[in-house]
Ligand binder design. Structure first.
Ligand code: HEC
Length: 384
């Protein structure tokens, strides 16, 4: 794909993805909090009408009074607002980004011969396959185990995510593996909305229209999936941001870093849900804080081998010319980072030092940089 076209599509889809994602996650946080804060209605007449709980809020210069019915109101209200396009748009734009950034440039972004020497076709098949398989396994677990035990379901879903992380980090470039695990969870979330939550709501509405008493079971299943989605939001956002932080995926055991970070972020989400339910489990924040510091210490990159002699400008420029400039030159250089001249190299010295020492650049060592060249370029960039 033409690099400029890729940049333009990247920006457009990313903008759409982030905005739709904010709207979706915002709605998820809001409704989960709402549910946890519901109190029995004060007016007994509301109770008789089938109201199960109510919520008062103040926002944007006014008071809001929200009521939740135990199942449905007597009359089907008009207009009735749905929440689904935020989810669908987030998934569609996210998948488009995956295609534009990773699948059409699979050789540099998806495959890392140092991890597994697979073809681009196999790599793309693995990535797409995981999105589909992840949903099928998760959904089957919810329908079987999930109907009986939430606790056991949580353990099994965690096992599924850990297995996917392990397998993907053994097959794909680590950065792509992180993103694919996130995409798998995002797919589960969007599919929850599309295949379970919205159909349950449609069934409620249909029952009302036909004058039947609605069956509460589909609604309960929908609610269970909503809660799962809520717990998955922070792990997914972590995987989406981690790509920008090479120290998270250039570690020896990237899958373990990924699993630990996702567990930690889900745990933090649990703190907020507990808080909304009126409890104050400060210990969760304390444990998460200590774990985050522990992770940061564990992930601190080792110093690159230091070189005895100072590295000359000419030597640094020659290394960059040979190992970086094939991508980082001309108007289509990634992120405008041009490394085909000494001036360009000087301007980006800090980024060069960070990304070359961590092994993030060149991606998958596409240009076959030697350890000595790496040490020399880092030493030069650090002395700027
Ligand atoms: C195979 C192509 C390729 C090669 C070779 C390559 N890069 Fe990159 N580089 C990229 C891409 C693609 C990006 C943009 C990454 C992104 O979108 O986050 C990038 C980004 C960067 C950035 C900016 C990162 C940021 O987030 O600001 C720096 C600095 C960098 N590369 C340095 C280097 C150095 C130094 C070398 C040589 C040792 C090198 N690159 C070799 C493709 C390459």
């Amino acid at each position: 794909m033409d690099p400029y076209l890729r940049d333009v599509l990247d920006l457009l889809f990313r903008l759409l993805h982030v905005v739709a994602g904010i709207a979706w996650i915002g709605a998820s946080f809001y409704f989960i909090k709402l549910d946890l804060k519901l109190r029995a209605p004060r007016d007994p007449r509301d109770e008789e009408q089938g109201v199960g709980g109510e919520y008062w809020g103040v926002h944007g210069g006014g008071f809001y009074h929200t009521q939740k019915y135990r199942i449905a109101p007597r009359e089907l209200p008009e207009p009735l607002h749905w929440f689904k396009w935020q989810a669908y748009t987030t998934w569609l734009s996210g998948f488009a980004l995956l295609v534009v950034l990773y699948y059409t440039d699979a050789q540099t972004r998806l495959v890392d011969p140092a991890v597994a020497d697979i073809s681009t076709t196999v790599a793309i098949a693995v990535s797409v396959g995981v999105l589909v398989l992840g949903w099928l396994v998760y959904d089957a677990l919810c329908r079987t185990v999930g109907a009986r035990s939430e606790g056991l379901l949580a353990v099994l879903v965690f096992g599924l995510v850990a297995a996917a992380s392990y397998a993907l980090c053994a097959l794909l470039a680590p950065r792509a593996a992180f993103l694919t695990v996130g995409a798998m969870l995002g797919t589960i979330m969007a599919a929850n909305v599309f295949f379970v939550i919205i159909p349950a709501q449609r069934e409620l509405v249909r029952a009302k229209q036909q004058g039947r008493e609605p069956d509460p079971a589909p609604g309960k299943r929908g609610k269970q999936r909503s809660v799962h989605n809520n717990y998955l939001t922070l792990p997914v956002v972590f995987t989406m941001l981690a790509g920008h932080f090479a120290f998270t995926w250039t570690h020896d055991r990237p899958w373990l870093v990924l699993v630990a970070s996702m567990a930690l972020t889900a745990f933090v989400r649990h703190f907020f849900n507990e808080l909304h339910a009126g409890r104050r489990p400060v210990w969760i924040l304390a444990v998460a804080g200590v774990a985050a510091i522990g992770l940061a210490l564990w992930l601190k990159p080792e110093e690159a081998v230091s070189t005895a002699a100072p590295v000359s400008d000419a030597r640094a420029a020659a290394i960059a010319q040979g190992r970086c400039a094939s991508c980082h030159m001309g108007g289509s250089a990634p992120l405008g980072v041009r490394l085909d001249s000494l001036e360009g190299l000087r301007a980006h010295a800090a980024g060069v030092a960070r990304l070359v020492s961590s092994g993030a650049m060149p991606p998958g060592n596409a240009t076959g940089m030697t350890d000595e060249e790496r040490a020399q370029l880092v030493a030069w960039a650090r002395s700027r």
